[in-house]
Design a protein around this ligand. Structure first.
Ligand code: PEP
Ligand code: MG
Length: 588
């Protein structure tokens, strides 16, 4: 049966192939007492498995070009180094000898001691080493049990699906010419993710339970750009996917040229083109796609990726990394927007009837002062390395803005260095839109979250496919509301950004330019084309299109008019790929 899952886009590109299910489920390791006379043979079994694991790792390295360098080889060498580390082997051997136990249990026991040691380590790098040690332990256990390496048998068009995957498996996997990766858990800063990117394997993680839903041999499409995986698609879709793969390949080259363009219209009106990111690792990509700043860092993914909330130090390192690498005055960190459908494992509150209307975003943060203050402290500490724009999600009342400002002010007094920040509010609820004037008086900038603003304005659940036909950026009520927000903000002299999906939709860009928005923030891959479009249009003509569009009464008429007007005015000046993209909006 066909189904589609949305996860986190880890490594871009698309792949079309067959599911190879990697079963790394941990078998239960039992503690078995061994006879003193067999202690020696247990030790030998263990050392034999270590040796086999080393040979396995060397054989993977040998498949690479000797001149090749990169993170993936460093990880392999790190694993070999650990196998050669006498301390680990000695500890396991000592356990076999003193406890008179089987080798499997001794390994598991030593690893559990290591986990305990690492539990309170704050350093993210060291924490990730723990994952490496674990994966290594699994490799030794596999060799100890004489299990075959299932990755070695992959077909050429295999897309690997797994609950989790070790860095070594990713490297090994790529060398077997497998073409895509999809996993249940989404540790975006894990080495597995870093390596998938370094090796250019289209990857989606955080798919929750894909490994339970697929069977080996199922046809699978991995869209590493949008974080989407489609399984058992139709014949018709195959043609479409092959076409998309071809297009992606050639488009990539062209887009790089547009990425360098400045964010401004042909009549010299500056409009910043920023990136939305979900994980700090996306920064390099955002830079290479021409992002002029980070318009919204959705920090909730930092909180939902593991079983514990990130410490202040972990958050500080992460935010500081963003500001240090990006070096822009436009780095916008959105505070936690958990709630609704986003909760870290184990933190789920009792089910709410209407989660989208429930304890979400700033409501959750103001309810849990500890978590919120920790995040604010981490952001402010990072802001000592460069100005941070703090963005507050899901505001629906003025008191939420005032209370948040008070908390930021208080926390800033606890910081040793000199923090430098601006505060902004997401306009994404109808009440915030109506209160734009009052909110604008309290803040340095506004950012319109069209995804939620449309959901709440049109009463259309944004994740419910049954009503998605009603969700439209061209709905007259939406356009009029957006016009009001931008008009009021401009009158108040407060800059406005749009950071919902609308900002990256080419056919909507002239409408937003006509409204006078100062910034557009979007998924990284939309940036080059939006820049190209901006450079081809004028603000004056965009205002004219907007004026006419606002007179229309239905979504269908508005969309048709806007798309035709864009093509009439600028179709000849725009490259074919932009025109095609604008025309495809007609069908949505
Ligand atoms: C929005 O609602 O438009 C937005 C940008 O926030 P998110 O998509 O994260 O809810
Ligand atoms: Mg939102």
């Amino acid at each position: 049966m066909r189904f589609e899952l949305k996860g986190i886009a880890i490594s871009h590109g698309v792949s079309l192939g067959k599911v190879a299910l990697l079963d790394r489920t941990k078998a239960i390791v039992e503690r078995t007492k061994v006879d003193p006379s067999t202690v020696q043979s247990e030790k030998e079994r263990f050392l034999g498995a270590v040796q086999k694991s080393k040979e396995h790792l060397h054989s993977i390295i040998d498949r690479f070009d000797p001149m090749e360098k990169g993170e993936h080889l460093q990880i392999l060498n790190f694993n070999i180094m650990m196998l050669e580390d006498d301390l680990f082997c000695e500890e396991v051997i000592r356990t076999i000898e003193s406890e008179k136990v089987n080798a499997e249990w001794a390994i598991t026991y030593v690893l559990s001691l290591k986990t305990e040691e690492f539990r309170f380590v704050e350093d993210i790098y060291m924490k990730e080493r723990l994952a490496d040690i674990y994966h290594l332990g699994e490799t030794i256990l596999r060799n100890l049990r004489g299990l075959k390496d299932d990755i070695a048998d992959l077909e050429d068009d295999s897309v690997l699906v797994a609950h989790d995957i070790s860095p070594v498996d990713v490297v090994s996997f790529s060398k077997h010419r497998a073409i895509g990766l999809a996993t249940d858990v989404g540790a975006a800063t894990s080495h597995s993710a870093i390596i998938a990117r370094s090796l250019g394997i289209p990857t989606v993680m955080g798919l929750e339970d894909i490994s339970l839903k697929v069977s080996p041999g199922d046809s699978i499409f991995v869209d590493g750009y949008n974080g989407v995986v489609i399984v058992n698609f139709t014949e018709k879709e195959v043609t479409e996917f092959i076409e998309r793969r071809k297009n992606y390949d050639s488009l990539g080259k062209k887009l790089k040229r547009y990425a360098k363009l400045p964010g401004k219209t042909q009549d010299e009106v500056a409009i910043k083109v920023n990136a939305n990111i979900e994980i700090a690792d996306e920064i390099d990509l955002a830079l290479s796609y021409g992002a002029e700043g980070i318009g919204m860092y959705r920090t909730e993914f930092l909180f939902t990726r593991s079983e514990y909330f990130p410490t202040e130090r972990e958050q500080f390192e992460d935010y500081k990394n963003v500001i240090s690498v990006f070096k822009s005055p436009n780095i916008t960190i959105r505070t936690l927007d958990i709630g609704g459908d986003k909760f870290p494992p184990g933190m789920e509150p009792p089910k709410e009837l209407n989660p989208a209307l429930g304890l979400r975003g700033i409501r959750f943060s103001l309810m849990d002062a500890n978590i919120f203050r920790t995040q604010i402290r981490a952001i402010l500490k990072a802001s000592c390395f460069g100005k941070m724009r703090i963005l507050i999600p899901m505001v629906s009342s003025l008191f939420e803005v005032i209370d948040t400002k008070k908390i930021i002010q208080e926390v800033s007094g606890e910081i040793d260095c000199s923090p430098s920040w601006e505060i902004g509010v997401m306009i994404e609820t109808p009440s915030a839109a109506i209160l734009t004037s009052e909110i604008a008086e309290e803040v340095d900038f506004l950012s319109i979250g069209t995804n939620d603003l449309i959901q709440y304005t049109l009463a259309v659940d944004r994740v419910n496919e049954h009503v998605s036909y009603l969700f439209s950026h061209f709905h007259p009520a939406v356009l009029r509301l957006l016009k009001n927000i931008t008009e009021v903000a401009t009158r108040k002299g407060v800059p406005v950004s749009v950071c919902g999906e609308m900002a990256g939709q080419l056919s909507c860009v002239p409408l937003l330019v006509g409204m006078g928005v100062d910034e557009l923030s979007m998924n990284t891959h939309s940036i080059p084309m939006v820049k190209k479009l901006l450079n081809s249009i004028t603000k004056a003509e965009s205002e004219e299109i907007l004026g006419n569009a606002l007179k229309l009464k239905t979504t269908a008429d508005t969309k048709k008019y806007v798309i035709n007007a864009i093509i009439d005015k600028w179709g000849k000046a725009l490259p074919l790929e932009c025109v095609q993209e604008i025309l495809t909006d007609q069908a949505t």
